[in-house]
Write a protein that binds this ligand. Structure first.
Ligand SMILES: Cc1cc2nc3c(=O)[nH]c(=O)nc-3n(C[C@H](O)[C@H](O)[C@H](O)COP(=O)(O)OP(=O)(O)OC[C@H]3O[C@@H](n4cnc5c(N)ncnc54)[C@H](O)[C@@H]3O)c2cc1C
Ligand code: FES
Ligand code: FES
Length: 1335
């Protein structure tokens, strides 16, 4: 290999500041550089692979040819800094800040309540900002498209879209679809009495600053000069291990290809980048011809269009749009097929980075474009030093046949896409777990050419993606069909032949084998229909149209911009204007979130001598550790130490939780040791070099079924029984029995678990900064691990970038792990879990198996139910016992069943230990309840809603565990939901739709909910606060609750403001800490506001009582005067406040108690449409009615309800964890675990807060953090309803099993038809599948 010269200077701009890197390292990505080198921490790490959008920045480049500046969004985690020479980068800090001036995008996202935890917010801001730089008056569709690559786990996207829509030309924030009225005019909708008045205005648009594009920073003139420099020369950046070369001309590039034949071309780095990061790919030399003008062109000829390989997919999209609008329809069929897939391929950031050449050459098996390009007879043009040549894409190239591949010195210079012709049809078809930004489960490109004027096949091509290791051509099938007529017989033969030709083995990687087989022919059928319709349009006389009932099969679901309305109680007009309680006050940190100034744990500046920690985790589910050989890791440059169980000075096994594995491992993902090094890259590399020898131990238990076989449990059974169940079964008309499986869920908080552990030299103190829901627990475990008293451990928690239960117990384990490392090395330890490690190690929601036996009368009255629940708790106790208790107590839901027995038990398995997750078992178990209700309805020929109504609690009653309650708000939510959603009318309309459509079906479901907040153990309901008044009148409030995005601190400020009667601006709330409020309980169970609010209120009332004599003496005085006077009179201006807690209890012996302080009620109605051929579904509309009693802050409460609902919808539909039979979690990134994106949320989304009374809680409010989660089942059961309609039409009238999640796979395979009947089935006893269900 020839030697490479020394490094050139890398020059680019960040936020208008010139950056000159003399030693640019090709391995360094922009995200790292911004955060660690420039200390711009607004840009966040969420996944490192381009899949979450948290790191979105704007990149701007000047094109000397067009003299235009091109702005585009990019995921900084994939952008190598060396690719930025001559570019300007704008980060969230660059567009506005609280110090200077906030940008309208930042302001509106905050004020529209589009930020909760705020971790996704800088990325959202930058996606919308970049769109506005290119389109100052965007359409609503452009807004939705712009944020399609940005994940948010908190908000449910509706307010984010709404903030974006405020920039649209037409007044789009008005959401009253079709009503002609504006939602903003809805205030005071009723004048019956002042408590009935409903408001809809969650923010005030009049406050928004206008967007003034002329105020945006200018593109640095120096970069224009650089771009126009005629004497540009080749650039070389020499890193420690890699060399980066940027050629300046095509010849230069070709020369380099000869000199460095093995060097890849780095274009968008969207394939190479993830390969470097996650698959350990390495290349010593990289060639980056990204800006070469010879690769950036489009040329139109009479036959087609040639597009330069350097075009990004976004540029390709623009070019194709232009051609489609410019050329006759018949010529652009391939282009239109490509455009359809380009809309959903990844997110906008990736489409702007990835290039056409990179896409074609990297040939991923899931490629969305290659099958269409191949079917459209596209050709790639290759250039090399000696000449040029072409490769047809419909040849063996896509299947990676070595003889058809590029030679090492060749590059792709362009792709030629011919026009289609009159008797020629081209289509792209695809199905993914999620509509947008998800790799296809199966996709296809198909084309057929007919003899002119006939339906005789002259040429047929079919290419499939994701059915094998490469894109696969069904060439044999196609050949055999030449000369055939395009008719049903041909279709039937084609399906048979293609299934013979493309065989997916039962053990195939990726699983879903039968589903993928079904998709192969279902997509073919769709193509068949499209072509028949096309032929009919060309000659209706000759070619009959497809049946009317089949029409809706032709199109995929459109991507609509969501809209909706939120209604809540107006504030009493007599309430003093300064009192913020009841107002939709913006999240206290919202502006800091959107400007990137909010500090999360890893944003804390480096601490002197800090080290980074990387984990080594077990690769076996159950094994003896024979040896740990860390010698190679220890010898790795930069490594300071390797930490194992032996280094734990205190308890390594504390309350059943093991910190570092010792002697044996009990799950894949258990931490065996950690490596501390000067950089994270060193720690990570060294961690790979630790060698652990294992010896498997039997049994290895992965599933609930296996646990039951081995009698493997984490605790004893919990049971509740009322009436005489066995006796009642003897007198019922009918009995049904069944089983329901509900799979688990990953929290997918956007900020992965992060800890900064700082050892203090004095007195063995340990200070931890982390995002947790339970600092006391972290303190306890750390003290135990270090064998020091708890008063030496200080935990500081400012905010968490989402938690959802995942940061209740796990931070204690990880805190102890880091503290042990800090203790051993004597250095501060920074421990940021990579997304993949986080998903693997910290586990999530408990998978559940429910078995039921239900006895009922023919009129739908349920007389008896006997239900058993088992959850997969994983390998250690964690909170599994409590989860089961909650399940047993709560799962009766809203129904009164006089003879009711419910039992539950957590199973011990060799999976990572499952933990708390929003709703704590309730969302899983009630699927079982709703399932048997639905089954009863089916047996009685009633609607499920009728059976629900019949069996619902109607008046003051006792639960099965004998707690008295009044279900009046439940009835009200239910009634309003049925009425306001026009359920019965829409149900009838859906039935009408279903009669007319064979392949698409609509379904509706209404779900009632009776939920409880809090914890049966009374001591978990206590809280304390500390309030200081300073002499300038400012107030510092501290309490034991944690700010996780839910807006707890905001509500606490509202409480303090009311109690102290001072403006909110006087009050500050900084962090939660074990130093200020000791022994605080976890912030979970929807009770953060309840208990901490009471404590803050108590403290404020104590202070006000002290000030009262002074106020009485000087009633006209100001707050500051009273405070000063109090000081003069030696009155303490500081106090703690305390709330003893709700006096809850549960007696499991007697099976009765008062375990929960109160109930939250609600109801939701959802309507979906399913595509029976693919299993895709579209959520058309959701109406939620939630009993909020009196909402302290309707914006925050609605945010919680919407966010929880979307998270629940994810749980019940698209979120699917995949485990190997050996217990390895496969789904460890946003690429293979799909949480909802903006395209999944309801097209119409209505939320109403229903008023009730709840005198027990602060200001008569209710805790709403979790309740919305379960209402996501309305989507699940609406899907069930739609699938039932499909099955009924196909003659299948019996009740069927429908487990959660209702993935496209489940939906498709349950909509049985001639295609599912055709596919080969495998005998499950003859093979080991790639993945298994663990519920
Ligand atoms: C988060 C994410 C989501 C995605 N989602 C989808 C999806 O839904 N559907 C889909 O189809 N794809 C998807 N992709 C894949 C994406 O389309 C490809 O990664 C991309 O097109 C590759 O282009 P690139 O310019 O980034 O290639 P690079 O990563 O820069 O290069 C890839 C390879 O191509 C070679 N190469 C590049 N250009 C040339 C050239 N001109 N001549 C010769 N060799 C060349 C390089 O040597 C290298 O080996 C996704 C990727 C990511 C990161
Ligand atoms: S961190 Fe870059 S996309 Fe997730
Ligand atoms: S606000 Fe979007 S992830 Fe938390």
């Amino acid at each position: 290999m020839p030697s490479v010269p020394n490094s050139d200077e890398l020059i680019f701009f960040v936020n208008g500041r010139k950056v000159i890197e003399k030693n640019a390292d090709p391995e360094v990505r922009l995200l790292f550089y911004l955060r660690k080198c420039l200390r711009l921490t607004g840009t966040k790490y969420g996944c490192g692979g381009g899949g979450c959008g948290a790191c979105t920045v704007m990149v701007s480049r000047y094109n000397p040819k067009t003299k235009k500046i091109h702005h585009y969004p990019a995921t900084a985690c994939l952008v190598p800094i060396c690719s930025l020479h001559g570019a300007a980068v704008t980060t969230v800090e660059g567009i506005g800040s609280i110090q200077t001036r906030i940008h309208p995008v930042q302001e509106r996202l905050a004020k529209c309540h589009g930020t909760q935890c705020g971790f996704c917010s800088p990325g959202m801001v930058m996606s919308i900002y970049t769109l506005l730089r290119n389109h100052p008056e965007p359409t609503p569709e452009q807004i939705t498209e712009a944020i399609g690559g940005n994940l948010c786990r908190c908000t449910g996207y509706r307010p984010i879209v709404e903030s974006g829509k405020t920039f649209c030309a037409e007044s789009t924030v008005c959401q009253m679809k079709g009503s002609g009225k504006c939602c903003m005019d809805q205030e005071e909708r009723s004048s019956v009495n002042r408590w009935e008045k409903m408001c809809t205005k969650l923010y005030n648009e009049d406050e928004f600053q206008p967007l003034d594009p002329s105020q945006e920073p200018i593109f640095p003139p120096e970069l224009i000069r650089m771009a126009e420099d005629p004497n540009k020369k080749r650039l070389t950046f020499q890193g420690k291990k890699m060399t980066w070369i940027t050629p300046v001309t095509l010849n230069d590039l070709l020369e380099l290809k000869v000199n460095f034949p093995k060097a890849p071309l780095v274009m968008g780095n969207t394939t190479l980048g993830p390969n470097f990061t996650f698959r350990d790919e390495f290349h010593p030399v990289l060639i980056s011809p990204l800006g070469l003008p010879e690769l950036h062109f489009e040329k139109t000829t009479d036959d087609g269009v040639t597009i330069g390989a350097g075009y990004s997919l976004a540029q390709l999209n623009d070019a194709l749009h232009f051609i489609v609008s410019d050329q006759p329809k018949e010529k652009t069929k391939t282009f239109r097929a490509l455009l359809k897939h380009l809309r959903t391929l990844a997110g906008a950031q990736i489409r702007n980075l990835a290039t056409l050449g990179g896409h074609v050459v990297s040939r991923p098996d899931f490629s969305d474009l290659n099958p269409i390009l191949a079917a459209g007879n596209a050709i790639i043009n290759l250039t090399f030093k000696e000449g040029e040549r072409q490769i047809p894409l419909n040849g063996p190239f896509l299947e990676r046949a070595p003889e058809a591949d590029l030679k090492s010195e060749e590059i792709v210079s362009s792709v030629y896409i011919p026009y289609s012709t009159q008797w020629h049809f081209v289509s792209g078809l695809r199905l993914a777990q999620r509509q947008e930004n998800a790799f296809a489960i199966v996709n296809a490109g198909m084309s057929v050419k007919f003899e002119d004027g006939t339906n005789t096949i002259k040429d047929l091509q079919m290419f499939y993606g994701s059915v094998g290791p490469t894109v696969v051509s069904a060439s044999r099938t196609c050949r055999q069909l030449i000369g055939r007529q395009w008719d049903d017989q041909m279709l039937s033969d084609a399906c048979r032949l293609v299934l013979e030709e493309i065989y997916i083995p039962p053990t195939a990687e990726g699983g879903m084998v039968e589903y993928r087989r079904a998709l192969i022919i279902s997509l073919l059928f769709k193509f068949y229909l499209k072509v028949r319709r096309g032929l009919n349009k060309m000659d209706p006389q000759k070619f009959p149209d497809i049946p009317e009932k089949f029409m809706s099969a032709l199109n995929d679901f459109p991507i609509e911009t969501p809209q909706g309305l939120q209604m809540f109680q107006c504030v009493d007009p007599y309430q003093p204007p300064q009192d913020p309680v009841g107002h939709p006050v913006m999240h206290q940190s919202a502006i800091k979130h959107t400007t990137g100034e909010a500090v999360y744990c890893d944003d804390i500046p480096p601490v002197d001598q800090e080290l980074f920690l990387a984990v080594v985790t077990s690769s076996r589910a159950h094994a003896k550790i024979i040896s740990i050989d860390a010698s190679e890791a220890l010898a790795f440059p930069g490594v300071v130490d390797v930490i194992t169980a032996e280094d734990v000075p205190g308890d390594n096994n504390y309350k059943g939780e093991v910190f570092y594995a010792q002697n044996e491992v009990i799950c894949v993902g258990q931490i065996v040791c950690t490596v501390a090094a000067h950089t994270y890259a060193q720690a990570r590399e060294a961690a790979k070099r630790v060698k652990i020898a294992y010896e498997d131990i039997e049994p290895r238990i992965i599933t609930i079924e296996q646990a039951l076989e081995h009698n493997s449990f984490l605790s004893v059974e919990k049971k509740i029984e009322q009436g005489d169940v066995d006796h009642a079964f003897k007198y019922v008309d009918q009995i049904i029995e069944g089983e329901v499986h509900v799979e688990g869920q990953e929290h997918f908080y956007m900020e992965t678990q992060t800890i900064l552990a700082i050892p203090k030299e004095e007195d063995k103190e340990m200070v931890l900064h982390l995002g947790t829901q339970f600092p006391t627990h972290v303190q306890e475990y750390t003290a135990a691990a270090l064998n020091i008293p708890r008063n030496r451990v200080a935990c500081h928690m400012r905010r968490a970038g989402g938690a959802f239960g995942g940061k209740v117990t796990k931070p204690a384990l990880l805190g102890a792990i880091s503290a042990v490392a800090a203790n051993k090395t004597g250095h501060p330890i920074r421990f940021v879990l990579e997304r993949g490690d986080d998903m693997l190690i910290t586990a999530g929601r408990h998978p559940l198996l429910g078995k039921y036996k239900v006895g009922f009368m023919n009129n739908g009255v349920i007389k008896a139910a006997d239900v058993e629940y088992y959850v997969n708790g994983g390998c250690t106790p964690d909170e599994s016992e409590m989860v089961v208790e909650f399940i047993v107590l709560k799962s009766e839901n809203a129904y009164h069943i006089p003879n009711f027995r419910c039992r539950g038990r957590p199973c011990k398995t060799n999976l990572p230990s499952n933990t708390a997750f929003r709703g704590f078992g309730f969302p899983q178990s009630t699927v079982v309840v709703e399932t048997y209700i639905t089954a009863v309805a089916s047996q009685c020929n009633l609607l499920p809603e009728e059976v629900k109504e019949i069996n619902m609690y109607k008046r003051i009653n006792k639960t099965a565990y004998k707690q008295t309650f009044n279900p009046e708000p439940l009835r009200r939510c239910w009634k309003e939901c049925l009425e306001k959603s026009s359920f019965y009318a829409r149900k009838a309309a859906a039935e009408e739709f279903n009669k007319k459509n064979y392949w698409k079906k609509r379904g509706l479901a209404v779900i009632p909910m009776k939920y409880t907040i809090g914890i049966p153990q009374a001591y978990y309901n206590q809280a304390a606060a500390l309030v200081h008044i300073y002499l300038d009148g400012s107030v510092l409030v501290t309490h034991g609750g944690c700010e996780l995005g839910q807006g707890l601190h905001t509500k606490m400020i509202q409480v303090a403001s009311r109690e102290l009667n001072i403006p909110q601006s006087y009050i500050h709330l900084s962090e939660t800490s074990t130093v200020t409020v000791p022994n605080a309980v976890f912030t979970a169970g929807s009770m953060g506001t309840d208990i901490n609010g009471k404590a803050v209120q108590n403290a404020c009332q104590i202070l006000m009582a002290r000030l009262q004599p002074i106020i009485r003496k000087n009633p006209k005085g100001k707050w500051e005067d009273w405070v000063a006077k109090a000081f003069e009179e030696s009155i303490s201006l500081s106090t703690t406040g305390y709330f003893k807690g709700y006096q809850t209890y549960m007696d499991w012996e007697k099976e009765e108690g008062n375990p929960y302080p109160y109930f939250v009620y609600g109801a939701a109605c959802s309507e979906v449409e399913v595509d029976c051929l693919t299993g895709a579904h579209k959520l058309l509309r959701t109406d939620i009615f939630m009993d909020a009693a009196f909402s302290i802050n309707p914006a925050l409460d609605i945010g919680q309800i919407e966010g929880a609902f979307i998270q629940g919808m994810g749980l019940y539909t698209i979120e699917e964890l995949k485990y190997s039979p050996e217990g390895v979690l496969y789904s460890r990134s946003p690429d293979d675990y799909k949480i909802p994106t903006v395209t999944e949320i309801p097209e119409e989304f209505y939320v109403t807060l229903v008023r009730s009374r709840n005198p027990i809680a602060i200001y008569s409010s209710k805790g709403l953090g979790e309740a919305g989660m379960f209402l996501g089942t309305s989507v699940f059961f609406a899907i069930y309803d739609a699938v039932s309609a499909a099955r009924r039409e196909r003659g299948l009238t019996k009740t069927f099993t429908f487990n959660s999640p209702a993935t496209p796979e489940l939906i498709r395979m349950t909509c049985v038809d001639q295609f599912t009947d055709m596919i080969p089935r495998d005998d499950p006893s003859t093979f080991t599948p790639w993945s298994i269900h663990v519920s």
